[in-house]
Design a protein around this ligand. Structure first.
Ligand SMILES: Cc1cc2nc3c(=O)[nH]c(=O)nc-3n(C[C@H](O)[C@H](O)[C@H](O)COP(=O)(O)OP(=O)(O)OC[C@H]3O[C@@H](n4cnc5c(N)ncnc54)[C@H](O)[C@@H]3O)c2cc1C
Length: 377
C-alpha cells in the first residue's frame, strides 16, 4: 500500500499526506446562482435588543465574501418581506455566516428574526452583495465611524484584518445611546489589546447606573473626534449608522475641511433621501438621450410612457403603482418581477441570479426598456 493511500495511523503508521488532508477538508464554494438556503446554527444575545444569528449551509459551504458585504433574507412575515443584513463575522472564517440584528420596534423583519429564528431553522437568502469594503491590513490609515447596528460592516472588516494579520493603522470610533447598547464592547477591547495597529474609541450619548462607564460621553462632535483621532484628516473614513448620525458626521467632516473624496458610507435605509447606499460624495448626473417606450403592467392594466433613462420602477410609480422595492440599485432583489415581453437593459448589482434572468425575471429598479415592454405587475 502506498504512503499516499493508507489511512492507518497506528504505531509507526504513515501520516496522512497533505493532498489527502486537502481533499478531506475541501468544502464546496457557496454558489449564489444555486445555493439559497441557510440553516441557523446558533443565536447569541449581544445586548438587550441585539442578537447575532450564526448560519451555515445545509451542507458545509465556503462563503467567499468581502468583509462589509450583506445577504438579503426572505422572511416569512406579512406574506414575505426581504431585508438585507450585513455579515458581521470575519471573512477569514468562511464556513459560517453571522448577522447581528437590532430589534426595531414595530419592524416586521427584525422582530421575526428575534422571535422565531432558532437553531435548526432554515431561511432563504440571496447574496452576498454590496461594495462597502476595505482592507484594514493595507498601508492606508483608516477611520471607521459607526453608530448602533451600523457597527456590523466595520466589525467584519476589523475581525477579518485581525484574523488575516493585523490592522496596520485602524481607528474604530463607535457611538451608542448608553453603555448597555454597546455591541461587541468586550471583543473590541480584546482585539485592541492584542493588535497594536487597532485603536478603539467608544462614546455613549448618556450613561446609566447599571453599566459602568468611564469613556467618552455625549454625541460625537468635531471636538470629540479631534480628541479621539487627532489625525482624522489624514485617514480614509468609512461610516455607517442611522441616517441622522451619518448626516451629522458628513456635516462635521465638511466643517473640518475633510477631503470628502476619502469618505465612504453605507446606509441601512435604502429609502433615505440624503445619501446613497454606498457612495463617494461626488457624482455628476449623466446626460440621457434615446427613445421613449411604452411600459404595460399586465396585472393592473396600467400603461405608461417611459422616457429615456427612466427605470421601469419609476415608470410604475408614475402610473400610480407602488411595487415593492428597496435598494433601487439592483442589489437587494426586492423588486424582482417577470418581464412578459420586450427587452430591457438591466444594470444590476448582483441582486438577481442568471437562472432567474433566464426565466425572464428582471429587477425593475435597474432596468430601462429597449423596446415596448410588458411587466407582470
Ligand atoms: C445594506 C443593508 C445592510 C443592513 N445591515 C443590517 C445589520 O447588519 N443589522 C441590522 O440590525 N440591520 C441592518 N439593516 C437594516 C435591515 O435591513 C432592516 O431594515 C431592519 O432590520 C429593520 O427591518 P424591519 O422589517 O424590522 O423594520 P422596517 O419595517 O424595515 O422598519 C421599521 C422602521 O424602523 C426604521 N429602521 C429600519 N432599520 C433601522 C435601524 N437599523 N435602526 C433604526 N431604525 C431603523 C425604518 O426606517 C422604519 O421607519 C441593513 C440594511 C441594509 C440596506
Amino acid at each position: 500500500m502506498s504512503a499516499n493511500k493508507t489511512t492507518t495511523t497506528g504505531q509507526g503508521g504513515d501520516k496522512p499526506s497533505e493532498e489527502m488532508l486537502t481533499e478531506a477538508t475541501r468544502v464546496p464554494l457557496w454558489d449564489p446562482e444555486h445555493d439559497d438556503v441557510l440553516v441557523c446554527r446558533q443565536v447569541r444575545q449581544e445586548t438587550h435588543d441585539v442578537k447575532t444569528f450564526v448560519f451555515s449551509g445545509r451542507e458545509p459551504r465556503d462563503f467567499r465574501y468581502s468583509p462589509g458585504q450583506f445577504m438579503t433574507f426572505e422572511l416569512p412575515v406579512e406574506g414575505m418581506v426581504t431585508r438585507c443584513y450585513t455579515i458581521s463575522a470575519s471573512a477569514a472564517r468562511p464556513y459560517r455566516l453571522e448577522i447581528t440584528v437590532k430589534r426595531v420596534p414595530g419592524g416586521p423583519g427584525s422582530n421575526w428574526l428575534h422571535d422565531y429564528m432558532v437553531p435548526g431553522k432554515e431561511v432563504n437568502v440571496s447574496g452576498p452583495g454590496g461594495e462597502f469594503t476595505t482592507d484594514a491590513t493595507s498601508d492606508e490609515k483608516l477611520l471607521f465611524i459607526s453608530a448602533g447596528s451600523g457597527i456590523t460592516p466595520m466589525m467584519s472588516m476589523t475581525r477579518t484584518a485581525c484574523d488575516l494579520s493585523e490592522p496596520t493603522d485602524l481607528h474604530f470610533v463607535h457611538a451608542a445611546r448608553t453603555p448597555s447598547d454597546l455591541i461587541f464592547r468586550d471583543e473590541l477591547s480584546l482585539l485592541a489589546s492584542q493588535n497594536p495597529g487597532l485603536k478603539v474609541s467608544l462614546t455613549c450619548d448618556s450613561t446609566s447606573a447599571s453599566h459602568s462607564w468611564t469613556g467618552f460621553s455625549g454625541r460625537l462632535s468635531l471636538q470629540m473626534l479631534s480628541l479621539m483621532s487627532p489625525d482624522f484628516k489624514d485617514r480614509k473614513i468609512f461610516c455607517c449608522g442611522p441616517g441622522r448620525f451619518m448626516d451629522g458626521v458628513r456635516d462635521m467632516l465638511r466643517e473640518a475641511g475633510f477631503d470628502m473624496e476619502k469618505y465612504y458610507e453605507e446606509s441601512f435605509d435604502f429609502g433615505a433621501e440624503t445619501a446613497g447606499t454606498f457612495e463617494e460624495h461626488s457624482s455628476v448626473a449623466p446626460e440621457i438621450s434615446g427613445q421613449t417606450f411604452r411600459v404595460s403592467f399586465s396585472k393592473t392594466g396600467h400603461v405608461v410612457e417611459c422616457s429615456p433613462g427612466m427605470t421601469i420602477l419609476s415608470a410604475a410609480r408614475e402610473a400610480g403603482l407602488l411595487p415593492l422595492s428597496s435598494c433601487q440599485r439592483g442589489i437587494c432583489g426586492t423588486c424582482k418581477s417577470k418581464l412578459n415581453s420586450g427587452e430591457v437593459d438591466m444594470q444590476h448589482g448582483g441582486g438577481i441570479r442568471q437562472r432567474e434572468i433566464d426565466q425572464g425575471k428582471i429587477l425593475i429598479c435597474c432596468s430601462t426598456p429597449l423596446s415596448d415592454v410588458e411587466v407582470e405587475l
